[in-house]
Design a protein around this ligand. Structure first.
Ligand SMILES: Nc1nc2c(c(=O)[nH]1)N[C@H]1C(S)=C(S)[C@@H](COP(=O)(O)O)O[C@H]1N2
Ligand SMILES: [Mo]
Length: 480
């Protein structure tokens, strides 16, 4: 245990000891909160189960994690932030120096651009996020504006280039990004605290960029450098990845890069959280969820029993900050028995409303189709669900081996140097898609000869083709 773990453990134990009556309940609740769905062992990708996303602030140890590759986490004492480029006076700040500057706190949503990729139809390669690559947290740090004022920005600066301390394996291009300098000046924060605690390493500690209202790919973790530049950053993660169609096209048809623009603002979206699988006719239940957007607020959330023929307003929780989510509740009394498929949609403060079907794009970004909840309504009271128990593996723990087959050894040799087998196990790709993925990976340094490539493609298509199903591992985050 690190000193931080031990302190936390002691604090929990003391809380339990002082309130013996409630301690059992607390411990059970704590246990329930430590569960993430691990989509990949390494690099870590894990999402929050929706039934745990019920609080206004998502607890740090329950917050989704998305790493492109294994990071090298900087030592807080040695860490420095460089601010340079089109400035009069470049800066190099230690964490202590950063913390001496005026602090700001904002509460807002962080969502991965790929959240919901796993719900896209037809299937798309990549991490198969369902609904839980999203959370709402309180971020504390220094405004980008204060940093750039201190460095004295030149008029030629248009874009803010950002980079972290993590370096990719093989020939994988670096995760270097940029964003419009206006957005960075208006809303950007270099955050060193999350929900009042030092920013956890999993979430980019010692410090990361926070870009309220914009997708997670702008939120550079383990931030090392902010560089003001006249032009956008170039490279794979600007020119190919993280682009979204300027206007919708047909499902399954790829767009050319120039038909797309970088993903910036989040799309208006709402979800159900923790829906009961079964209820009784005539008994009222409260359905809950959250809604958010790239606009500062949500104006309306509606629920439909008839797949969008008619809608009823949900009640919005008064608690809110700009770019944070709005939690909502909806009192529902089913009038008949049978299977219901409820839908939810939100409208944001700029008047944008969620579409039934999201805009298809070949990277599966910004899925925001109406969420659905299936509820069985029975004449009699449903039986109680059994409680879940057992030891949980830690986040990043080993996951099941790849299935037997001729291509397994090739997959182990060529793929598992950079990521665990889960990245393969969760895909549902056609032979063509696997061939394209393999070509991309070879370009990035995967060593596969032609004979092996053919075998590997056949193996991957056989086991991880369109019919494939995948169960993420339920894990508990490592505290660090
Ligand atoms: N340096 C660095 N920053 C990064 C990433 C990364 O791989 N490396 N992933 C980005 C992506 S795609 C997302 S969605 C968020 C995820 O942040 P979280 O892990 O704190 O949830 O971090 C972003 N910042
Ligand atoms: Mo992301």
């Amino acid at each position: 245990m690190t000193p931080f773990d031990r302190r936390h453990f002691v604090a929990l134990a003391v809380a339990g000891a002082l309130t013996p009556f409630r301690s059992l309940g607390i411990r059970q609740a704590e246990e329930g909160r430590r569960r993430l769905l691990q989509l990949n062992g390494y690099a870590i990708n894990a999402e929050t189960p929706l039934d745990l996303l019920t609080d206004y602030l998502t607890p740090n140890d329950l917050f989704f994690v998305r790493h492109h590759w294994q990071p090298s986490i900087p030592e807080a004492r040695a860490w420095r932030l460089v601010v340079d480029g089109q400035v009069e006076r470049a800066l190099s700040l230690s964490l202590a120096e950063l913390k001496r500057m005026p602090a700001t706190t904002v509460t807002c949503v962080l969502q991965c651009a790929g959240n919901g990729r796993g719900l896209q139809d037809p299937p798309i390669p990549g991490i198969q996020w369902q609904r839980g690559a999203v959370g709402n947290a309180r971020w504390t740090g220094v405004r980008v504006k204060d940093l750039l004022d201190r460095a004295v920005l030149r008029a030629s600066a248009r874009q803010l280039h950002t980079s972290g301390t993590d370096t990719p394996p093989g020939r994988v291009p670096p995760f270097h990004r940029s964003l419009e300098i206006e957005k960075a000046l208006d809303d950007g924060i270099v955050a060193y605290a999350m929900n009042g605690a030092p920013l956890p390493a999993l979430h980019g500690g010692p410090a990361r960029l926070v870009v309220p209202g914009w997708a997670g790919d702008h939120w550079m973790k383990w931030l090392a450098r902010l560089s003001a530049q006249p032009e956008p950053q170039r490279g794979f993660y600007m020119d190919v990845a993280y682009r979204f169609p300027k206007s919708p096209g047909a499902p399954g048809v790829a767009f050319r890069p120039e038909e797309m623009a970088p993903v910036t603002e989040l799309a208006v979206k709402s979800n159900f959280t923790g829906v009961p699988a079964q209820v009784r006719v005539g008994s009222s239940i409260t359905l809950r969820g959250f809604a958010f957007s790239g606009a500062p607020d949500i104006d309306r959330v509606e629920v439909s029993e008839d797949d969008g023929e008619s809608w009823q307003d949900a009640a919005l929780d008064p608690r809110h900050d700009p770019y944070a989510w709005r939690r909502w509740t909806f009192r529902w009394t089913p009038g008949r028995s049978g299977l219901f498929r409820l839908r939810v949609r939100a409208t944001d403060s700029r008047g944008s409303s969620q579409p039934k079907t999201p805009v298809w794009n070949q990277s599966g970004y910004l899925f925001n189709g109406w969420d659905a909840a299936e509820i069985q309504v029975a004449e009699t009271a449903p039986p109680r669900a059994p409680s879940r128990r057992g030891e949980l593996p830690e986040l990043g723990a080993a996951t099941p081996a790849l299935p037997d087959g001729e291509g397994r050894a090739i997959a182990e040799r060529s793929c598992l140097a950079c990521h665990s087998g889960d990245v393969l196990r969760q895909q549902r790709l056609t032979e063509r898609q696997w061939t394209a993925s393999l070509t991309k990976m070879k370009g990035w340094g995967a060593e596969v000869g032609d004979t092996d490539a053919a075998r590997l493609t056949a193996y991957l298509t056989e086991h991880f083709g369109p019919q494939n199903r995948f169960d993420p591992l339920v894990t508990r985050p490592k505290r660090r």
